[in-house]
Write a protein that binds this ligand. Structure first.
Ligand code: SF4
Length: 263
């Protein structure tokens, strides 16, 4: 990826006002690996130079109710049986409403796994996660990290679309979350990034808002996979002034991805 492309991706995230304070161009990230730490713009620089509109930020998404976490996964099946189970699932009311299940997509041994909350209308039609406007923004976010979508794995906590794009409720999350746990067990990512309140709360069994969860490191599961929480792309479309915070979260993930001793 050359500098022109990288700037285009940052502009797609609406952080085009950022100007490096260095006299020489930034080093180029590799297409096959995560951007080296040395190439990552420092958070402090971004804070100092990004123009953030503080007026009228949209409210954070409605907080999901307290979630009853499903029992731990006993055994991780192979991909084919897991996909077949999801496709046949009617464990919650969403199963009768869906057009297609949205299992997930990407590299099956990806180092980085991104997790959203639930499919929307376009995902329900295509069976693919994060398509439409939020999906395009997510693609820009991934590219800004120096990666392609095919290099990571993207999934949702809930595999079927809630009606009217509402948040999945506690029963639906409890019924579905073990599929995600089994995906994580198969992928064994080095790092996880939860997108939005529902994903953060579901993975961390908390009622804290995404605003409270972001900016901190957590771990997920018995293997203690490092996990970070940031805003959902759909929320960024409503509140573009929050994109600089997301970029700071991505920088933290990229730095840790390039620091194996911290994993
Ligand atoms: Fe099954 Fe999950 Fe779909 Fe509910 S949302 S029917 S638990 S796959």
């Amino acid at each position: 990826m050359d500098e022109t492309q990288r700037r285009a991706y940052l502009e797609a995230m609406d952080i085009s006002l950022w100007q490096p304070r260095f006299s020489s161009p930034l080093p180029m990230p590799s297409m096959s690996t995560v951007m080296p730490v040395s190439a990552v713009p420092k958070v402090v620089e971004i804070h100092q130079t990004i123009e953030i509109k503080e007026t009228n930020p949209a409210p954070e998404p409605i907080i999901a109710p307290v979630i009853e976490i499903a029992p731990p996964v006993i055994a991780a099946p192979n991909w084919e049986t897991l996909i077949a189970r999801v496709n046949a699932c009617r464990a919650c009311e969403l199963g009768a409403l869906r057009t297609k299940t949205v299992f997930g997509s990407g590299k099956r041994d990806a180092a980085l796994m991104l997790i959203g909350e639930a499919p929307g209308a376009e995902e329900d039609q295509t069976g693919e996660p994060f398509v439409g406007r939020a999906g395009k923004l997510l693609t820009a976010i991934v590219k800004a990290m120096g990666l392609e979508r095919e290099q990571i794995y993207i999934a949702n906590v809930v595999k079927c679309r809630p009606p009217d794009n509402r948040n999945p409720n506690a029963n639906e999350i409890a019924a579905c979350v073990n599929y995600l746990r089994e995906q994580v067990a198969l992928i064994q990512p080095r790092m996880m990034l939860a997108l939005g309140t529902v994903a953060g709360q579901s993975l961390l069994n908390t009622t804290e808002t995404v605003g409270a969860l972001r900016g901190r490191w957590f771990t997920f599961g018995e293997t203690q996979i490092p996990l970070r929480v940031t805003y959902h792309p759909a929320y960024l479309l409503r509140s573009p002034n929050q994109k600089a915070k997301v970029w700071n979260d991505l920088v933290a993930v990229m730095e840790r991805m390039n620091t194996p001793s911290k994993n």
